[in-house]
Design a protein around this ligand. Structure first.
Ligand code: HXC
Length: 514
């Protein structure tokens, strides 16, 4: 063969693989509102930046008629590219090829790009669209999943790992996304569950649609498995583009700095938090009033809304924000809020992102439901995560900081480097009403006018403890600051903490209350 013929042959082979599972399968994919795997990686990455590898990999299975089955690229596209100029490793399962099912060769393509991401120290993005373990390949498919889970775990805290669910992600396959840092879902396209509707019908006799079982809304509002929800694949890729700009490539690097920008003038910090301690407000407005360009990337926006987490920037540097949300359940800590915050805190700590906590909460949520759901075990996670974190930790007490909630929300006692409190902060074991009812119970019940005495005692307690000055007197907070000073204090605290170094006792690893 001449060189020209060899090139022609190469082009023919390439074109054939690039067609994926063929025209009919591609049309079926598109009719469901889904892009093909190659269109997905091209849209996700910067224009023309995606480079595909292992195009000619083929399976080696001879059972159940597999000899006759040509599976182009073995149903997965792998490669490297850039997103907003940042390097990334990507795999995208190709549903048009045997339903994106995972056999040994398919898994090896994925583990190869995972190993590459870990060696090169760049984020890994996996696009899942698959019928799961390739049934014909038996244990080899299961082996493939196991090798992926193992690498997900090794890479955890070393490189950021992002999972995008753009089709079915069923059975054990869900555990790779679950081991990664951020899971993206798209309305009507993502379907994520352990046991499908047919199994549920057989075993439990219940009829349920895939959507209601594990659709995008379920995963982002009810289960908390997903971190970002989008209404289209395009919007999902835009979200990933935004996220990538906030996080570092790996745990040895810091996030890329951006040009500093002031907050937008419409967010006026002095008029967000009401004086009345029970009145709700949106803590995200406080975040937007202090961060650069009021640009806050919220994570798990629709789940455990009583706590808000996300990324923002201060003078161009990425910060991780945790804030109680008084606009939802008064901002209490419960099982889900604690899980949500703890995992995020650990991500920030692993990737050297300073943590800023905004505190306004009445404490942990009381009640039988919470006790039975394990609020002790789950609630301990946030304590553990904050205590374990050695990144700069800065806390701003906006209003209420009661009881265990005060301690849990990155108090000085859990190692906060700076604790600031607004003049309206109330730091106490519990709210004045509850406190007065307990410690003055006898005086109140034996008084001539119990209600008047109760009000008097509430006021007495409030005057004594419902302010930041006792905590300031005893050094539990570093400064009482005016709301308008918050950004300046935070910027300064981040600046002086830049070289923070804190060690922990030597150990193999801690044992968090998982
Ligand atoms: C082999 C598979 C497959 C699989 C789909 N296909 N899933 N081939 N192994 N797991 C093939 C189909 O045979 C078909 O091939 C093509 O992919 C497209 O599938 P359709 O069924 O036509 O597509 P659709 O109607 O859209 O339905 C999608 C689906 C369905 C809901 C995902 O295919 C399905 O239920 N698949 C099986 C899901 C499952 O039970 N997987 C195993 C889970 S257990 P042709 O040649 O006809 O085009 C598991 C264990 C992992 O994953 C454990 C890890 C620890």
């Amino acid at each position: 063969m001449s060189l020209g013929q060899k090139i022609n042959d190469f082009l023919l082979r390439t074109r054939s693989v690039m067609q994926g599972g063929g025209e009919k399968a591609v049309q079926k994919q598109q009719a469901q509102g889904k892009l093909t795997a190659r269109d997905r990686v091209a849209t996700l990455c910067d224009d023309g930046s995606f480079h595909e590898y292992d195009l000619f990999v083929e399976h080696n299975c001879h059972d159940f008629g597999m000899d006759a089955k040509k599976l182009p690229g073995d149903g997965v596209v792998t490669g490297t590219g850039t997103i907003q100029g940042f390097p990334v490793c990507v795999f995208a399962q190709d549903f048009t090829v045997a339903g994106g099912s995972l056999g040994l060769a398919h898994a090896r393509k994925i583990t190869k790009i995972m190993d590459h991401a870990l060696r090169m120290g760049v984020p890994l993005i996996g696009i899942n669209d698959s019928g799961g373990a390739r049934i014909q390949e038996g244990v080899n498919s299961l082996a493939g999943y196991g090798e992926i889970f193992y690498r997900n775990t090794l890479a955890s805290g070393v490189i950021p790992q992002i999972s995008v669910i753009l089709g079915p992600c069923a059975g054990g396959a869900v555990y790779s996304p679950a081991l990664t840092d951020f899971v993206f879902v798209v309305d009507k396209i993502s379907k994520m569950f352990i046991t499908g509707p047919e199994v549920i019908k057989t075993v439990l006799g219940e009829e349920i649609s895939m959507e209601d079982l594990g659709g995008a809304r379920v995963q982002s509002e009810i289960s908390g498995n997903a971190h970002f929800y989008a209404t289209s694949e395009q919007e999902c890729f835009e979200q990933i583009n935004r996220l990538v700009t906030f996080i570092p490539w790996n745990n040895r690097k810091r996030s890329e700095p951006f040009p500093p920008r002031p907050p937008r003038p419409e967010y006026r910090i002095e008029s967000i938090v009401p004086d009345e301690p029970r009145k709700p407000y949106d803590v995200r407005d406080v975040v937007k009033a202090v961060c650069d360009d009021s640009d806050f990337l919220e994570i798990q926006e629709h789940w455990a809304r009583n706590i808000v987490i996300g990324f923002a920037r201060l003078e161009g540097k990425t910060i991780g924000v945790v804030g109680n949300q008084p606009a939802y359940l008064a901002g209490v800590l419960d099982v889900d809020a604690s899980d949500k915050a703890a995992r995020f805190i650990r991500f920030c700590d692993a990737f050297e992102i300073p943590l800023i906590s905004f505190v306004d909460l009445p404490g942990y949520l009381p009640g039988v439901d919470q006790e039975h759901a394990g609020v002790i075990r789950h609630g301990a996670k946030i304590l553990y995560a904050y205590s374990e974190a050695t990144v700069p930790k800065i806390t701003v007490i906006l209003r209420k900081a009661y009881g265990g909630g005060y301690i849990a929300m990155c108090s000085r006692h859990l190692g906060a480097d700076f604790v600031f409190a607004w003049p309206c902060a109330e730091i106490a074991v519990m709210g004045p009403e509850g406190a007065a009812n307990i410690i003055f119970r006898k005086e109140i019940s034996s008084a001539e006018d119990p209600e008047a005495t109760r009000q008097e005692k509430i006021k007495e307690y409030q005057d004594k403890f419902a302010n930041p000055y006792i905590a300031a007197r005893d050094g539990h907070i570093d400064a009482v600051i005016e709301p308008e000073e918050t950004r300046e204090f935070l910027v300064h605290a981040i600046h002086v903490s830049h070289s923070k170094s804190e060690s922990r006792p030597e150990r193999k690893h801690g044992i968090p209350p998982f």
